[in-house]
Ligand binder design. Structure first.
Ligand code: PLP
Length: 382
């Protein structure tokens, strides 16, 4: 039986092995494992690529979000608006800091926080909005920044899934995601579009003062060694990960193009299949397809199982919206509060999506998907 994974990090490594091996050997040879030239070099190049003034490295994408929130000097009970249809980290850090996550339902086409519903959720306690650029394209940052300005609240972009994607403003300007809000965050988890060989993360800002504060928080709240102005954390990107990321950053445009080509191919094969909705692409954003996520009108779980039996991995991102998670129900949320996110959680399925997909593999996946759907539809009509 074939074994088709969601991501193929081995195949990707094989193509850049000499570069990676050499970069790692040089870190070990230098014995500078924390900080140093490799970390600086990588963050400088990433800042250049993203066209942002400051890239602050940290240990992972969850820390990046937490440190971003810590830098805004919020008080317990302050409200932070975000989406219920995201990875748990986004809401987790809000709750961890004794802030209140306030969820807003998502747009059924883009899966992003619905900008038309944000203002209804704003109260005198709202301090921040965290839009998540889910699956590789943008939340509507132009609308969100206008709302934030009107209400004098901050914006933190969770860009763990869309590094390299562009936002297109209505005046024609382009800007990389993660650099539009007051602060942006990302994750270098191995399966992300720019993935390390371990954990890593980064925080972006164009604001010099915020940058200084973010750096200080990452480093135990200290600017001068052993003097601590604030309560901080220990969150670092290590030199080995930085060296690997430095190599992979050079390939990121190619990686994102490969994902886009794979998505185009899936689209062409699947766009006319009944009961299947291929991913909608927002006009205001390019798409770097961190995930290729379909909506299946029926039998999603049975299709997942049928594909599994053929050796094809799929993902369900996300099976339970955050307001219905045990940990987040305390705030009085209940089934029915966010019907779009709830419906999506029952209908979405993500197909294998990575930089090493071949058309032959994709055709096999598409074929088996069609068979699985056919089978299930037959069962229903009988
Ligand atoms: C991966 C991810 C994170 C967390 O990143 P880690 O590096 O795993 O901590 C946060 N938000 C979103 C949307 C993610 O996809």
């Amino acid at each position: 039986m074939r074994n088709i994974p969601m991501v193929d990090l081995k195949g990707q490594y094989d193509r850049i092995k000499p570069e990676i091996d050499q970069a790692l050997a040089s870190v070990i040879d230098s014995t500078i494992f924390i900080g140093g030239g490799n970390v600086r070099n990588f963050t400088d190049r990433l800042a250049e690529y993203l066209q942002v003034n400051h890239v602050i490295p940290c240990a992972n994408g969850t820390d990046a979000l937490q440190i971003a929130l810590m830098a805004l000097d919020l008080k317990p009970g302050d409200e932070v608006i975000t989406t219920p249809f995201t990875f748990v980290a986004t809401a987790e850090v809000i709750a961890l800091l004794r802030l209140k996550p306030v969820f807003v339902d998502v747009n059924p086409c883009t899966f992003m926080i619905d900008e038309y519903r944000i203002e209804q959720a704003i109260t005198e306690k709202t301090r921040c909005i965290i839009p998540v650029h889910l699956f590789g394209q943008a939340s509507n940052m132009e609308a969100i920044m206008q709302i934030a300005e009107r209400h004098q609240i901050k914006v933190i972009e969770d860009n763990a899934q869309a590094i390299g994607a562009d936002f297109k403003f209505s005046d024609g300007r382009h800007q990389k995601l993660g650099t539009i809000g007051d602060i942006g965050t990302t994750s270098f988890f191995p399966s992300k579009n720019l993935g390390a060989y371990g954990d890593g993360g980064a925080i972006f800002t164009n604001d010099d003062e915020l940058a200084a504060k973010l750096r200080m928080i990452c480093n135990h709240g200290s600017k001068v060694r052993y003097y601590h102005a604030e309560i901080g954390v220990n969150s670092r990107l290590d030199a080995m990960q930085a060296a690997i990321l430095n190599v992979k950053l050079g390939h990121l445009p190619d990686y994102n193009n490969r994902r886009l080509a794979a998505a185009d191919f899936y689209d062409a094969q699947l766009k006319d299949v009944p009961g299947v909705t291929v991913p909608k692409r927002a006009k205001y954003s390019t798409h770097v397809f961190h995930q290729y996520t379909l909506i299946l009108e029926q039998n999603r779980d049975e299709v997942v199982q049928a594909l599994k039996e053929k050796g094809i991995s799929t993902g369900v991102y996300y099976p339970v919206p955050l307001h219905l998670q045990e940990a987040y129900r305390g705030d009085g949320y209940k089934m029915g509060d966010f019907p779009v996110a709830e419906q999506l959680s029952k209908k979405v399925i993500s197909l294998p999506m990575h930089t090493e997909l071949t058309e032959e593999t994709q055709l096999f996946i598409v074929d088996e998907l069609k068979k699985a759907l056919q089978l299930k539809n037959d069962l229903i009509t009988k």
